[in-house]
Ligand binder design. Sequence first.
Ligand code: PLP
Length: 401
Amino acid sequence: MTDKTGEKKSNPAKWRQRTRLVRGGQERSAFEETSEGLFLTSGYVYGTADEAEKAFKGDVERYMYSRYANPTVTMFEKRLAQLEGAEKCVATSSGMAAVFAALACQLQAGDRVVSSRALFGSCLYIIDEQLPKFGIETVLVDGTDLDQWKQALSQKTQCVFLETPSNPCLEIIDIRAVCDLAHEAGAKVIVDNVFATPVLQHPLELGADIIMYSATKHIDGQGRTMGGAILTNDMDFFEESLTPFFRHTGPTLSPFNAWVMVKGLETLDVRVARHCENALDVAEYLSGRKGITKVLYPGLESHPQHELAMSQMSSGSTIVSFEIDGGKEAAFGFLNRLGLIDISNNLGDAKSLTTHPATTTHQRLSPEDRLATGISDGLVRLSVGLEDVEDLKEDLDQALG
Ligand SMILES: *Cc1c(COP(=O)(O)O)cnc(C)c1O
């Protein structure tokens, strides 16, 4: 920040994480507004024809067209990049636009991708169905099994994709170990960090090359807007692959959504802390409950990878999944009896939301594939919100009967 005389008062490079979330990337206009400006404009004007020529030649860097860049979107990108310690951030229109752009911009026919199998449904569609149509070989592994990664990465590979914790079973993948194997095979690693949020886990520090987010989830945090982001320190990838792909295919974030997201970042740290506190409380409550056969929460010691989870995440995450005895009928009965917690496939919202993955988010999978990834008919995923946790437990209690 600079004062009116242009003298530096505080050095942004020295700001701690919580300060960056509130102030990172802000650029005030001539009106000196407190809150980040919303620049709802698609174009920009040039004083002279020569200025336009220079901009198009790349001799000067300036705003030209909002498909390329927009001041409100830039503030969101800079704030998120500072939080991750990333050189570059590109905001996208949705999380899926981020996943597709991050993969498609760097792959071509004949390339090979290795990915964990337990993925968000749409990510699995891109990797398992869309990329092979372009002549790209894709190999799926059990993300928790390092031997399977080792085997799959024993030959030259261009790209590795993984999600940890995974949706909906909250499996944990050893990011550092997989990155080491991937780099030996010549692959760049993309981590879908949505479930961990930018507050709990920093994959770039663990060796990942690219991170992607659905900002729709915790970054917005109140279920209003769609958005996503790609972050990296790999300047080759950013300049040669991502930038031209992004500019010319147009998965651009709207300035309005970017404005909601940049304001969302200001409260992300406090919200995620409360989400995690409530989630642990709910997970502990469910663990002792009759009629529940399994509780999956990385913050519980009973989680099969609790130690790994705690070594790469600062908390147990905001989502709890659990299995209700009695399959689909029992799970539906439970969901339909809930009075406070809403049935919704969204997550990371201030409101607690719950879904039955087997019939919603993971409906596209064959019954065999669902079982292979632990998605039984009794499994319920709960995105724990910011309500008073006693009200949440009361609602769960009456719905469990
Ligand atoms: C929601 C989600 C996505 C996709 O993001 P959208 O904003 O819905 O396009 C990708 N990965 C994970 C883990 C998600 O939860």
